[in-house]
Design a protein around this ligand. Structure first.
Ligand code: ATP
Length: 319
């Protein structure tokens, strides 16, 4: 393969730039020309293609966001849109494509593979909502951002003896809430995978206060309800002062953590190694600390499972 393309799609995630760098540099190592597609599938359909050189990716390994920018593109769901995307690839002689994004972006990649373009997916999404890989790119940084904010909230909540309800991202997957809850020492997490009982939560708060605790942290995934709404419901049932905080889009930004930069380097390199062997229709990931690849359809059809053991751990050690 002599010429490959690269795009970022769906929600952005810290580490996407480091992955772009790894793909471009690995491609050049194998003697390929690498083309960047701006704004995901929208840019592919609209022919927004730029050549990427060794120096185009200098000084971005530490940057959040994505230099190629990203978009959600409804036209890619139509056959006409897909044909336009294929025309752009053909026009530029692009023989293989690396797609960095979540499961939706992988479905787009699978479609292009079906039309005969070898495509490799890199899991770039803060949600960690893909079952086939232990971690997605951006998750670690997003959780660290949540930890930084929860640490600060704990200071003020303790001074005022308040209950803090913190809303983190995760529409269907509670991993950001689970990991940031455990790592910040939150007493309670509320996730889409588990039905919650507000009276049980009130009892836990009361028990912790009776044992000498001066504040409480409750981490709520956005897919359950907003911090504002949850805090309102809780305030009706408790004498302690409850304060909502929505962390919001800050979670998507910032310099990637060491873990995310390492994943980016390895995922990007593996994706290009596969294309160099003319292998397509795969996604890369990490399992049991080993970089793996898997059929795209198989990967996107796996249902994400929740780590109940970690949830129990939180319940046992946070009180
Ligand atoms: P995130 O996890 O951050 O939401 P994502 O990649 O899952 O990222 P989506 O909005 O679901 O985000 O998908 C990104 C883009 O992928 C869509 O806007 C669309 O252009 C393309 N896409 C999604 N599903 C398909 C599909 N079935 N066929 C072709 N393209 C698709």
């Amino acid at each position: 393969m002599k010429r490959i393309g690269l795009l970022t799609s769906g929600g952005d995630a810290p580490g996407m730039n480091a992955a772009i760098r790894a793909v471009v540099r690995s491609g050049i190592y194998f003697g390929m020309e690498v083309y960047g597609v701006e704004r995901g599938y929208a840019g592919l359909i609209e022919d927004n293609i730029i050549p990427m050189e060794m120096r185009s990716v200098s000084n971005i390994v530490q940057c959040g966001g994505t230099r190629l920018r990203t978009a959600r593109c409804l036209e890619m769901l139509t056959v006409e849109g897909q044909k336009k995307a294929l025309d752009t690839l053909e026009k530029h002689g692009i023989e293989g494509l690396v797609v960095i994004g979540g499961d939706g972006s992988f479905r787009g990649a699978e479609t292009l593979s079906k039309y005969g373009v070898p495509t490799i997916g890199i899991p770039g999404t803060i949600d960690n909502d893909l079952e086939y890989t232990d971690y997605t790119l951006g998750f670690d940084t997003a959780v660290n951002t949540c930890l930084d904010i929860i640490n600060k909230l704990r200071d003020t909540m303790t001074s005022h003896e308040r209950v803090s309800v913190v809303e983190v991202m995760g529409r269907h997957c509670g991993d950001i809430a689970l990991y940031s809850g455990i790592a910040s020492g939150a007493e309670i997490i509320v996730v889409p995978e588990i039905t919650f009982d507000i009276h049980e939560i009130v009892s836990r708060i009361n028990r912790s206060r009776a044992s000498g605790k001066h504040s409480n942290i409750i981490v709520v995934a956005e897919g359950v309800m907003s911090a504002e709404k949850f805090a309102g419901q809780l305030q009706e049932l408790t004498e302690y002062s409850v304060r909502p905080t929505c962390i919001g889009h800050v979670q998507r930004g910032g310099s990637p953590s060491m873990s995310d930069r390492m994943l980016a380097a390895q995922f990007g390199n593996k994706a290009v190694r596969l294309l160099n062997e003319n292998v397509g229709n795969r996604v890369v990931g990490i399992r049991d600390n080993k970089i793996i690849d898997m059929d795209i359809i198989e990967a996107v059809s796996m249902k994400k499972t929740f780590n109940y053991e970690l949830y129990e751990t939180l319940q046992m050690i946070s009180m």
